[in-house]
Design a binder for this molecule. Sequence first.
Ligand code: PEP
Ligand code: MG
Length: 588
Amino acid sequence: MQSRRGIPVSPGIAIAKAVVLDNDERTVPKRHVPPEGIAEQHERVDSAISEALEDLAGLHSQTASVLGDHLADIFAFHSGLLKDKTIVSRFHAVIDSERVTGAYAVFTVMQDLADQFLAQDNAFFRERVTDIYDLKRRLLEKLVGEQRSALAGLEQPAIVVAHDLTPSQTAALDRKLIRGLATDLGGRTSHTAILAHALGIPAVVGLHDITKRVATGDMLILDGHRGHAVIQPDAAQLLESRQEARAYREQEKALKKLRDQPAVTTDGTEITLQANIEFTEEVPEAIEFGAQGIGLYRTEFLFMDADRVPTEDQQVEAYAGAVRALGGRPLTIRTLDLGADKIAPGLADLHDEAEPNPFLGCRSIRLCLQHLELFRTQLRAILRASSEGPVRIMFPLICNIMELRQAKMILSDVREDLEDQGVAVGEVPVGMMIEVPSAALQAAKLAKEVDFFSVGTNDLIQYTVAVDRSNERIASLYSGAHPAVLELIKGVVRAANHAGIAVSLCGEMAGDPEFTMLLLGMGLRTFSITPPAIPGIKRVVRSVGIERCKRVARKAGSFDNDREVLNYLRDELNRITPGAVTGRSMNY
Ligand code: PEP
Ligand code: MG
């Protein structure tokens, strides 16, 4: 029995066998070959290498003519590896000594090579690992054809163990069979973590080397509250975890009963709890959890989930579908927030893969303002959907007032076009996310130009404390309790109240009960939350009065570091809801 510690990002306790995905999600089964078949395996490996070398020569000259010799050298490096006699002879040696297929020999030798590169202190070697994976993929394509996913054909419940998962891979997980998610990489508010939470799949990220310690078929316990993974647990540990899992499920069931209870504080202040979604299909479940509307529809997932860019009509279908499913509850549609870690295959030419710093690069509203056709099509679709029910539109990552004005101008233009064409359009309040310190600090001015603000703390934290939200190595520095972050939120709420516009908070902080009293005390009355976290927040709301929350906010504001703030908030929460499993002892 071994245990690893990571970052808990989605609550719940999973107990199941592991399925380990390698980096490119390819698995090659270890197939034995009879002695008379060995020669053929050698030939297959040799011809895969020749074909790969031909491809690489083509790629080299093509790249050299378009991008220059410097970039083409990447392929020279790949060819060099394939011509390296020691590597090639290792393929053959594995076929002979283990009597396995050429594909399996290539798979293991290349993986070993990648591990050796990863273990180097020298950054140059570590960075070459992606080249090794690329080469491995190329050879395996020749040997076994199309990629096979370890998850395809899964029949038993499993915990997925991966180095990292993209948001689209996470979104595609089969919820019936995937009981948990454990990854080497990832931070608290990486989009993969957010999706796992939305899907209700217990998840622990940032486990560093879990993929090296676990083999497919190993029994695993994954504790999405504490951030533990226990590998090959003993009987006593299994029994204890099963009991805990049962207790957690009971608590979840009890919390769900709050669904029809109002979100009202003990002194009668009404709080609005809405949901964050990525897909229209999530609406019914959000309502099940008690959502009073959708405060954040992350529309980019429609684009990330498809090979092609959704047409205007397809978008109308998705947005209007959500409006209808909400039956009169409000829907806040955020315009495309692509870029950084959210890449749409159908828009590959818009994403610059070589962008050196994608989180600070051409993402989100910036990308839309540079690709007006894409933006206008989405705006048309949102406006068309607004004829079916209450819709609000929200622009992401606004970092200066000119961007906001430009986005609004395009929106008015699109609206005029539609009206000229006689297309029905509803009243659509226009708002913006506050996700960067420049917007937070300019909130008073921005508030004069929008109908509402939604504070996106996931990004606001990352840009305030300069900590990549998906990097587990610096995760302890990523903290919503940082006094600077709290100051910014307080300022935004004050500016919104002063201007008389609505303000809500839709970052993951909104779904962490430890922050609820503080945020209420700062004056927030609307939250948009990952659906499964809604009942837990409602319980806190119903257990406390606003005066107490104001005291909590004042006191929290007196500390000079996030640790003290968090300890204090934890104690306060324990006082009003003693013994509750809060889901996560997190630090947004
Ligand atoms: C945020 O940044 O807080 C937010 C809600 O947006 P996203 O998580 O999609 O970046
Ligand atoms: Mg954001």
